[in-house]
Design a protein around this ligand. Sequence first.
Ligand code: PHE
Length: 447
Amino acid sequence: MEENGRGQWGSRIGFIAAAAGSAIGLGNIWRFPFITGRYGGGFFVLIYILLLIFVGYPVMNSELLLGRKTQLAAVGTFKKLAPGTPWVIVGFMGVLAGFVILSYYSVVAGWALAYMFKSGVYMAAGADHGSIFVSSITSTGAGIFWHSVFMLLCIAVVAGGVEKGIEKWSLILMPVLLLLLIILIIRSVTLPGAGAGLSFYLTPNFANFSTEGFLAAVGQVFFTLSLGMGCMITYGSYLKKDEDIPLVAKYVVTSDTSIAILAGLVIFPAVFAFGLEPGAGPGLTFITLPAVFSKMGAAGHIFGFIFFLLLMIAALTSAISLLEVVTAYSIDEMKFDRKKATIIAGILIWALGLFTTLGYSKLSHITLIKGMDILDSFDFFANNMLLPLGGLLTALFIGWYWGTDKALEAVNEGAKTKLGTSYSFLIKYVVPIAIFVVFLNSVGIIG
Ligand code: PHE
């Protein structure tokens, strides 16, 4: 990706690395397991996979085709295709979502940074991994410090425009992450008592169904694929006309899904083997994995360090795409130069993130939505409201305003296997209905 001018991706693999880098992050390794644990396991996973195919995949194609068509980021795309109409609000909502998500994303990435250097603590004999996590996030100074370090890294990358370097590194490091996950799965499923975790995770039990779980699955699909907030519109704007959008979308969705499913295969067997609580919430990954490392002998120190390093890098390639949405907006619409735009956006997001990190110490008495702490509330607001609403409006825009004929023409340019009427049907009916129903539910109108 280039600076202000309309750069283009150097190669297909470069684009896939960047888009998959944005998709694969904390959403796969931190958020997917704890949301799955919270909403009952196997049945949630089944719904999630169906939604990935019937909602995530068509919306991913839609965002990429819009960006490529207009060669503009989100706000500009809606201005160009629907001048003088309120559709531009969809673009603004994306900027807001980027702002809110990155503010707490950075706090969680900060936890991973801190854990890189904690193996001495969590590997100690008889260590209580739950209390280590709690004391780690409730320490005000450490929380602010690691959040600040991560935001600085993010600002440095986006301001310097060194995405090329990051792309190259993610190409090397993501396969390492994959390999490490596979090693960890082997350790985890061979723990005594792991079977219960596997069946919790892989056996769909309809009794665990709830409309709230359905809503959470929709939110997770958007979050994990970086959809519903203009991120993939922005990335699509750097695509060449002869690039095969349906094919690259398929690669991104499959690689993202694989990492999430594998992460679950590490976490849940261990959760049950160690008698932990699957619905424990945002701490799940950070409590369970150190417990797994501590069962790997001295090698656990090395595995732990490498794992949290890779998690931090996966988080960084996602975080830069979040910051890029806010930055691109201020460059395009407020005419800031890239450095100034990045630094101002970064500082504002950092400041908002302070609330999240203090939400575990000085501000722990504050609950915002439905009794949830600050991090959970921001996460709920962004993922269960802003992103599904953004996805719904994007689908309505294409299906009912701009027209699926034009969309099909745009998406199929350069495609070997072309999308057809099933895409139109999904975008016009399935996506809007699926999201609308859960969205009504989330704002408490029904259910
Ligand atoms: N997809 C990223 C993850 O799973 C998070 C993200 C959401 C990034 C929205 C960009 C836009 O961690």
